[in-house]
Design a binder for this molecule. Sequence first.
Ligand code: N7H
Length: 505
Amino acid sequence: MTTVVAPAAPPPDPDNIQGNLIGFNKDHQRLVFLRFSDAANGKAFLAELEPQLARATDVLAFNAAFKAVTSHGAKPGTIEAAWTNIVLTLAGLQLLAATGLDTMPAEFKDGMRVRAPQVGDVDDSDPIRWLPPFDSAQGPIHAMIILAADDSDDLNAIYADVQALAQKHGTVETAPAQDGNTRLGANAGHEHFGFKDGISQPGIQGLTQSSKAGQDEIAAGEFIIGYPDQDGHISGQGADAPAPQPGQPGYPTPTPTPTPGLPSWTKDGSFVVYRRLRQNVGGFQDFLQAEASKHGLNPDQLGARVVGRWKSGAPLEHTSDEAAGVDPAAQDPSIADPSLVTGAKINNFDYVPGDADGHLVPRAAHIRKTNPRSEDPPGKQESNRRRILRRGAPYGPDFVPNEQPYPQAGPPPPDQDRGLLFICYQASIVRGFEFIQETWANKPNFPSGDDGGDGRDPIISQDDAHPDFRLSQGVHLTTQRWVTTTGGDYFFSPSIAAIRQLSGS
Ligand code: N7H
């Protein structure tokens, strides 16, 4: 019998993919919000910007060089880079006369404003309260430029280049640019609640190479249009995720929206979600302080249960790497063994059957809700169909102990406005970000409705009307809204070839 072996799909082309999909991972970031004056000017702007855009090749080469240099003892600042990318809204693509836009997915055509009720952006997160340029006053922006650099002077230099180009082609910055910065000193790599971030990121088959234990290598088609996804379908060619099992806990609404096939120019592109998420750090800390002792915990222990990791990033779940006798529920295990928070170990865990009820890591803890790993339901296969590439950065000043509490109503003063510029890449927003937010984070019955339900994700889904977090069997805490959406939208990150095509060059 002859076995016919299907030819392997060619790997994604890193020369054609914009670099932030791999992750710029720089200390300084700036988001620039643009409106083109007309199609001709927009095309001319894009044509001149294109050679300046960082490709995935550039980021991969930098990362390899950085690893080589720092593994020989050199300081991180020895090699530096400054990078530019552009992502476009539906309005931007329309103005540039992109073809086949009617076949773009419904959620992208709607934009984040219209999808707000669905993903839980209500009450304080309601779009009527969003900041420019995402307030409705000026109409949709056309493009967001993502700038990133190791050095703030270099960031200013590439920003000046973009501003000069914009001026030349009648393109307007519709709101002040939004800066994001790595926090300083011991807080570097930690978001404003104090937890280490950017740890669990999927690898991309055919593009990235990882030696990190516990990192899943996910099919490129989950993130990039035109490649096989985890189920072997070519992303963007109509076949979307199979509907979740009806009746399965946590799946009240099947979400897949099969598309008739995206236009060919979308190949090597990716859909991008940007959310400006304000964090009420004082409120979060007050909650931990007030609630912990009621449950025989200290504030750090309760914080670890809310997130699923200790502030150091050490997992709250047991890991095969940990020393005998260590109890990661009692205290941060990396205090006893600092090697547990190295790249080789920090993400090497799963939710073990012995913790199926969430007595160690509550099932609604932020990282368990947003990536249940092997937990069943939903099961590893389903979890890995919902992976996203998180590429955000913190913004705003650090919290100062004893600063004024947030006002009862309205926004905090500017010097207390801090949070996360959440950015993620995926091949389908409805399957990635929206599903995680709506069906996992916001639903109190995921993964289980037993015992009053597992509750909502206490970090990203505070529901003012029904705030609930199941700490352990029979123990439910009333949470608050500590993360508020203050703007954002859905974008498309076109390939380099598509940008040339859109620019008419
Ligand atoms: Fe989350 N936080 O400080 O609590 N997140 N997140 N996130 N998040 C993660 O593992 C945080 C947000 C995911 O694979 C960590 O890299 C905050 C949104 C996913 O194990 C920490 C905000 C969405 C993961 C935080 C915020 C997600 C993850 C641990 C908003 C999607 C990986 C560090 C202000 C809808 C889970 C790490 C995995 C990890 C926090 C937003 C998703 C500390 C403060 C909007 C998929």
